[in-house]
Design a protein around this ligand. Structure first.
Ligand code: ADE
Ligand code: ZN
Length: 341
């Protein structure tokens, strides 16, 4: 056990480590219990008749299997209050895991397509984030475009977001990756950048290294979400390392979606050894079996990560965030103090 007396000692070290979460879909934090409660509150009929039946359905063999259920689950989210309660519940979980800063994705097209006003979605989430700031968790909000839809649909969503841009820090790209390369969205991301928004994209989760190249060269990403398959291309690894781009890696997601067949073969250590700024995140914790600490603990145990590697991952979560350097500094100092204690 590298630097730890026991798995319990490693888990305690991880639990107390200050961290940021940079890859979290707020709709993916919808726990089955809340799904039921909101279905009741809103008079929505669910396809499942118990919390246990919902959990039992969470067996996925790829990303699309998961997305089919994820979009169904969103049906219970209708009002500003629903989005507030969802976000507040996530922030409670994050705080319990030692998370001090969050950068949260939301999928407006998953809601506006059902007739939910954009304003309800963004104002409910933002109200909970403001309350989180008052409790000491800073945050950024990132609006994702669903890549299985058209670029015109993404452009219309960006138009709809215009009055809310003081609450939205960046744009991202998610949903079904294969068959929907980043270049499909070149124009909408160029416009987002002109509006001063940060750019991120899911790339190399299931898609090939060519999609990661496009995220870099066509979209001009500030950060890559997942990036696992970048390791298949040495020149691409060199480029990402040279540009000092952060990867938001999601170990339990990768396991549940069969991106890796065993956490013991997860590429996280290889990423660090290749000089990539990897971070650990939960993606859709209600669906994948754990929040950020569970992800850290599972991958640290599977790969026998050292104390230094764990500290590097926590430091990367702040240096890879969209916080300005002066706001990162106290968190980095707190990590070093915890590691030294
Ligand atoms: N939407 C929510 N989670 C996702 C993931 N892991 N990949 C792509 N789109 C997503
Ligand atoms: Zn994701």
């Amino acid at each position: 056990m590298t630097g730890f007396a026991s798995p319990e000692a490693r888990a305690a070290f991880i639990a107390g480590l200050p961290k940021a979460e940079l890859h979290l879909h707020i709709e993916g934090s919808l726990e089955p219990e809340m799904m039921f409660a909101l279905a009741r509150r809103n008079g929505v009929k669910l396809a499942f008749d118990s919390v246990e039946a919902i959990r039992a359905a969470y067996e996925f063999s790829n990303l699309q299997d998961f997305l089919d259920i994820y979009y169904q689950g969103m049906a219970v989210l209708l009002t500003d209050q629903d989005f507030h309660d969802l976000t507040a519940a996530y922030l409670d979980r994050a705080a319990a895991d030692g998370v001090r800063h969050v950068e949260i994705f939301f999928d407006p097209q998953g809601h506006t397509a059902r007739g939910v006003p954009f304003a309800h979605v963004v104002s409910g989430i933002a109200r909970a984030l403001a309350a989180g700031e008052a409790r000491g968790i800073s945050s950024r909000l990132i609006m994702c475009f669903l890549r299985h839809l058209s670029e015109a649909d993404a452009q219309a969503t960006l138009d709809e977001a215009r009055p809310w841009l003081q609450l939205i820090h960046g744009v991202g790209l998610d949903s079904s990756e294969v068959g929907h390369p980043p270049e499909k969205f070149a124009r909408v991301f160029a416009r987002a950048r002109d509006l001063g928004l940060k750019i991120v994209a899911h790339a190399g989760e299931e898609g090939p290294p060519a999609y990661v190249w496009q995220a870099l060269d066509v979209l001009g990403v500030d950060r890559i979400d997942h990036g696992n398959r970048a390791l298949e291309d040495a020149a691409l690894v060199e480029r990402i390392a040279g540009d000092e781009l952060t990867l938001t890696v999601c170990p339990l997601s990768n396991l549940k979606l069969c991106v890796v067949d065993d956490l013991a073969r997860h590429p996280l250590r290889r990423m660090l050894q290749a000089g990539l700024k990897a971070t650990v995140n939960s993606d859709d914790p209600a669906y994948f079996g754990g929040y950020v600490n569970a992800n850290f603990i599972a991958v640290a145990n599977a790969l026998d990560l050292t104390r230094n590697e764990i500290v590097t991952l926590a430091r990367n979560s702040f240096t890879g965030s969209f916080l300005p350097p002066e706001a990162q500094a106290p968190h980095l100092a707190a990590i070093d103090a915890w590691a030294a204690a």
